[in-house]
Design a protein around this ligand. Structure first.
Ligand SMILES: [Zn+2]
Length: 101
């Protein structure tokens, strides 16, 4: 499908941090995978490393840098991501080619 080959880089409208846009289904899959991993840890390991809460989809609905609600814009050349980890974001809508979110 063409939409899967489109670049999905977006930037937070508030702080400009670049993320890659994911769908709700992709966010749910990440949550499920991470929570399955948590099940392999002891309670002490889990709490020490990740805190008392399980992963949830709502954690992807905010910018991972500034914490603002996931409102995004297309990236600009000056946004740059060199040397940075680009994390996922579940945006309310995508500014890129009507990518279905
Ligand atoms: Zn931000």
């Amino acid at each position: 499908m063409e939409s899967q080959t489109q670049p999905r880089l977006v930037a937070c409208v508030r702080c400009g941090k670049v993320h890659y846009a994911i769908t709700r289904a992709e966010a749910q899959r990440l949550v499920d995978d991470f929570n399955q991993y948590l099940e392999t840890l002891s309670e002490a390991q889990r709490v020490n490393r990740y805190g008392p809460q399980r992963a949830n989809v709502s954690s992807y609905e905010r910018c991972r840098h500034c914490g603002a609600a996931a409102e995004v814009r297309p990236t600009k050349p000056e946004d740059g991501t060199a040397g940075e980890t680009v994390g996922p974001i579940l945006a309310k809508s995508s500014p890129i080619t009507n990518y279905p979110i």
